[in-house]
Design a protein around this ligand. Structure first.
Ligand code: GLN
Length: 194
């Protein structure tokens, strides 16, 4: 199994380390041609407007729509969650529009720009620690989206089939269980494609 981390902007090296820690081969992805050899892809945190611009510039919009169509899983963390959403509050244009959800950017305001929280996540036995950095929130989910975790009544992790998204940075702690969860999603998807 080979998993990519979209490396146009943002927290790439940390995701690669977390993927390696769960025992899979991980590569930084800068060109669309690299997608062919991958079984899944992480879209990291960073700045969603910048990531979106670079994705358009380098042909990733269509290429990732096809990647998804082919049944290969995508995991968006923080800015990556924004990139997956089909609606962004206060913005006319969204990016990949693959996940049936409405998100709000920088949803925690200035006084709570960055913090950690312990979160129970559906499908993971013990709570995980989430690092929130100018984090978005999922304000509403549509059909087919399963809420996996909430923080103070707001949705911070969700899954829709082969798509996974979280508001926080799971790659900034040594706890790699959410990466392991994503790798299990990839195994399930591979079994379905076989
Ligand atoms: N605030 C950023 C955005 O809106 C996301 C922050 C992050 O990825 N840590 O794109």
């Amino acid at each position: 199994m080979k998993v990519g981390v979209l490396a146009l902007q943002g927290a790439v090296a940390e995701h690669i380390r977390s993927l390696q820690a769960v025992g899979v081969e991980a590569v930084a992805v800068k060109r669309v041609e690299q997608l062919d050899e991958l079984d899944g892809l992480i879209i990291p945190g960073g700045e969603s407007t910048t990531i979106g611009k670079l994705m358009r510039k380098y042909g990733f919009m269509d290429a990732l729509a096809q990647f998804h169509e082919a049944g290969k899983p995508l995991f968006g963390t923080c800015a990556g969650l924004i990139v997956l959403a089909d609606q962004i509050e206060g913005q006319e244009e969204a990016h990949l529009k693959l996940m049936n959800m409405k998100v709000a950017r920088n949803a925690f305001g200035r006084q709570r720009e960055s913090f950690e929280a312990v979160l129970p996540v559906k499908g993971i036995e013990e709570p995980i620690t989430g690092v929130f950095i100018r984090a978005p929130l999922i304000k509403a989910v549509g059909e087919g989206v399963d809420v996996l975790s909430e923080f103070k009544g707001e949705i911070v992790t969700a899954r829709q089939g082969t798509l996974l998204a979280c508001s926080f940075h799971p790659e900034l702690t040594d706890d790699v269980r959410l990466h392991a969860y994503f790798v299990d999603m990839i195994k399930e998807a591979q079994a379905l494609r076989a």
